[in-house]
Design a protein around this ligand. Sequence first.
Ligand code: ADP
Ligand code: MG
Length: 459
Amino acid sequence: MTSPFTLGWEEWVAFPDLGLPAIKAKVDTGARTSALHASVIEPFGPANKPQVRFLIQPNPDDLSLEFTCSAPIVDRRQVTSSNGETELRYVIATHIKLGERSWPIEVTLTNRENMAYRMLFGRTSIAEDMVVDPNRSFAQPELSFDLYKQLPKRKPVRRPLRIALLTKEPENYSCKRLIEAGEARGHVVEPIDTSRCYMKIGARVSEIHYDGEVLPRFDAVIPRIGPSITSYGLAVLRQFANTGAYCLNEPNAIAASRDKLLAHQMLARERIGMPTTAFANSPKDTKDLISLVGGAPVILKLLQSSQGKGVVLADSRKAAESLVDAFRGLDAHFLLQEFVAEAAGRDTRCFVVGNKVISAIQRQAAEGEFRSNLHRGGTAEAVKLSKEERAVARRAAQTIGLNIAGVDILRTSDGPKVLEVNSSPGLEGIETATSKDIAGQIIQHLEGKVRPLSREAFV
Ligand code: ADP
Ligand code: MG
């Protein structure tokens, strides 16, 4: 007869579903249910499919090792612990691995400090054919916390993610699609009104408040911050980053993309092609400024323009001078740019996700209009990019530091010229024209970026 599967009074276990390779457990047949000691235990997701997200510090002697987990909630139960305290706990179902064996168990989550064992192994988790030998320690093979250091850094997470979608317009096409695509891949995407967030900033706590309550922790945040609230939106985004959330686009990169002057200077430094651009502070230099970009016709752009709203074309030198004067009179910040007439109201929007151009459309301005923005009545169709265009779009996004970017280029006889790098590119035009699931690709990219180890997070 083979000897039965034996458990000592302490054992090393692993939770493959939770991504935890090593936890030291105390086997306690006096306890009914198994318990895992976690912190920041927060439920999320729809009522018919609730999930719970929590943090685990697997090694009681190294609290800097912190791990984020999530799992489906199967129940909520009153549990009385050995010290007589009763607590309502979430119950999750997950597989446990011990030596050669792996089997499903139910575990309650509890936040009790100073527990030498992160897991309490209760009797309902012990299979019928197993025996417990209370005189033995580690009857099964021993593991080590070093296993956490060997976890693959680049492997996409498989657990359900709690994602915040920072936007003032959760109903617009792009937001609706991102929510849909996240849910289709098993995540929960919660729209949060950027302008309604307020914050508590401190060395020990980083909190985001909303309607009188502290917001929960998120694994990732997708910023869709409109130009009307860039500065405040970026402060909110930084706060999310401080609470340990991964930002799909970093605040500094968004700031650079929003400032046309800064963005052009960064691109120029990398020798990325662009229409010749000029900028001056003093009215004395207006004439020379216009000459610098080759004279009329010339384009004036407000530094914070978007959707083509702050872009005007001056046909003659006289018109250009008056426009410059008018802008100055309004204290507006703007740049001057050579008008690329050969583009003939067409530009190419290259959609960059990570290090790849995943799709592109060509936009044609409406009759009598030089701005091809879809908001200005432009039309879009799918377009195939040249190798050079792909490379330029990729480099432009990288230079600004954006993971997700809409890089607009003009096709010229002198090669592709970058007009701007957009940090919240709209999805409607490109998904409609190309029939591609761009939102899905964005979520997939995000999965590869969220790290299970959240060392930087404040607890
Ligand atoms: P916005 O951020 O407001 O969209 P852009 O710089 O992208 O500003 O300009 C809007 C549109 O105007 C572009 O999509 C393009 O069609 C046209 N345009 C902008 N700059 C030039 C230029 N230098 N030459 C020709 N057309 C231009
Ligand atoms: Mg544009």
